[in-house]
Design a protein around this ligand. Sequence first.
Ligand code: FAD
Ligand code: THG
Length: 839
Amino acid sequence: MRRCPGDPILLRSTHWLLKTQQEHGHMTQPKVVVIGAGIVGTSLAYELTARGCTDVTVLDRGPMFETGGSTSHAPGLVFQTNASKTMTEFARYTVEKFVGLDAFNPVGGLEVATTEARWTELHRRHGWASSWGIGGELVDADRCVELHPLLDRDRVLGGFHTPSDGLALAVRAATAQADRATSRGARFLGDHEVVDVLERGGRVVGVRTAAGEEFAADVVVSAAGFWGAQLGAKVGLTVPLVPMAHQYAKTGQLAELRGNGSTGTEARLPILRHQDQDLYYREHGDRLGIGYYGHRPMPVDMATLMDDSAAQSMPSMLPFTESDFAPGWTASTELLPALRDSKVDEGFNGIFSFTPDGFSIMGEHRELSGFWVAEAVWVTHSAGVAHAMAEWILDGAPSTDVHECDLYRFEEPAKSPEFILKTSSQAFVEVYDILHPHQYREEPRNLRVSPFHARQEDLGAFFFEGACWERPAWYEANADLVTELVADGVTFPERDDWSSRFYSPISIAEARWTRDHVALYDMTPLTRYEVSGPGACDFLQRLTTNNVDKRTGSVTYTLMLDETGGIRSDLTVARLADDLFQVGANGPLDIDWMTRHLPETGVTVRDVTGGTCCVGVWGPRARDLVAPLCAADISHDAFGYFKAIRTFIGSVPVTMMRVSYVGELGWEIYASAEHGPKLWDLLFAAGRDHRAIAAGRIAFNSLRLEKGYRSWGTDMTTEHHPVAAGIGFAVSAKKGDFVGKAALDAAGPPSTVLRTIVMDESTSVVLGKEPVRDASGAAIGYVTSGGYSATIGRPIAYAWLPADVGIGDAVRVDYLTETYGATVSEEPLVDPEMKLIRR
Ligand code: FAD
Ligand code: THG
């Protein structure tokens, strides 16, 4: 495809039909090969054929439909509630679909607490269920025993009961979905092991089997379960999953279960979780099945798998290791005394996939178009994942936000075998742990450090890990400011134990200090790209919503949308020269999206994050601090808001942008990494006269919340249009076409909107994902992110709420075992007239 001068730039599309049309000049139906006939492959065949894509061939190395994969022996417990809205929605979809296929036992799910900490955690889980619209209730110990009579009443403090949870009959669901797909044209071929993926010119064109048979395809989807990493490697793709063994056992016959009407496929008792001991239970006729996560992580070496397997026809089953199960058995007899007269009758170590962050892996190979993956998916989420995949493959975008599952979400170091193994093993250990929302990874650490790291250590930085970077959360060196501010009458409200974790009151002092004086923020981890070349401007114009075709030295806040108008990211775009832009972005998914849309020639996108560094100098004294060091005139008249210049700080060559995510006067100052320490020292030394401090991420977050700035991925995702997210101003009404424009133009007013809420009490800190209720107690929305506003002296948060909830309305927010009052507020809470930031 060659572009003639004057032609409108044609971006590559991620939409399958458009892409084929662009490349072949006509629309056709894709020919699809799915590798794997487990629950994911069969669900996908169903979903694709249901959308009219009927040329689907599903190949499996094993026999249909007990293929020997994880699905063949999955006990199929479906607990829908998850901290992630996306995963919860995938689970709900799966339940609804399997109910319709007569492959689901809606026996309900019961999670019990045997410790106070777990009882509090169940409140939090109940909160997520309310936020994401899953009906469930907290019940007392008596009710737990009524629901599950095998429980020892005296050990249980209470439970969380979800009536719509239950047992998926995984093989039956796979078979039923395959039958429907077959009736619509799909075919399923057992004993067809795919050994090669065929490609031509960067596109997938088919697969070859062990028998040498070739199957042509426009689209190949790897739904190979824990074999997925091997298959990915064949096409140069890192699929970061680790096959891990997990123990499952069955008890002997239990008199207590005899005659309760339960059969092999029709259970009566609710599925049960005893997360304090890493255990779960289901009924199998008059026996109980027990799953255990308490044992050491047992990653599986795929090279020796077939030799190790208990039966080669069931490669996903390894021999049971009794000693690993022993603590689980003891804990089980304590919770369920009926087991004391029984024993482990049979057991196996079953294999399925774990990932570094616990999420599934979905998406299309960027360098091999047409090759997709859908792996590390539980039965619980299978149909939901398949539905989103079918939308994505056929329509160009899933209707559910899938960024947490995106194949390209990982930073470069996170693609190393070492990282994948360590973090996935940790994910196994933590599967049932109580995880704090701000808990950060402890291992591996120090993978990416900014050039200011040693200086930050000297200042007593407390580091959190984020995107493999070490980020100061606060600095112990600022502890004295707390004392000083208290003396000045600033209050530091008490926090409960939960919200005090991964937190220090020093951060409040740092936030307050920024508004009153000036602070240095390490912005090095901010993802940044250089977009250059003769087509750079056109490219950014077509890919983003705002007008970036401005004079050199202009900075623009703009959005990337998908074809449905959903927000893919929010960016700052600085024009540094005619054909050179610096883009401030949110992470690896942005460069992925940009790269996929690059025209054949004329534009280069390069991640420059690692070789550069950035200090944000913000606060009313910022100009006083920087001006004496700076070679350029940085007065308001010479260097306006949202402008960029290249100049020097001392002898350090810098790019300065008058941008502030904390909403204060000041600049982001970028330099090449080798100049970092000098830059920091110059700024820090000059700061002494202005009582400058270094400030951390918690202060940063609190300041951006006050200022009304959204954080992509938390406050807004592809599920939201700009107007609903409150950033409609970043969409230019005047400019020409851009990705997502047609969908925006066709959209009606939003039914839900992102609002700022202010907590009624200074101590009511919320952390995110809590349900928001109206006066009647009905859940009407949910919190996205929260923090304490040092400026107004109250905790504040963003929440998605129905559009008809008005400013000034009272709402209630669940927090652990409490419920707090809050008020929907005008925003931003700080500097609505932009007087401070533009002075
Ligand atoms: P699989 O079922 O493994 O299917 C992948 C298929 O790909 C296989 O059939 C395999 O033969 C085929 N394949 C691989 N390579 C090739 C190739 N090169 N060519 C052709 N075919 C190939 N999940 C829950 O939701 N709830 C539970 O209670 C639950 N309990 C579990 C208990 C145990 C003991 C285990 C092991 C897992 C459990 N899981 C549970 C997890 C769940 O079983 C899996 O996540 C799920 O079945 C994965 O489905 P899949 O279709 O991706 O993989
Ligand atoms: N700095 C830079 N790039 C970024 C961020 C940043 N890119 C990713 C992320 N953060 C983007 N988020 C924002 C959000 C708000 C603003 C800047 C980046 C902001 N908004 C002004 C406002 O709403 O008042 C925009 C005013 C205008 O459009 O003129 O400043 O932190 N480099």
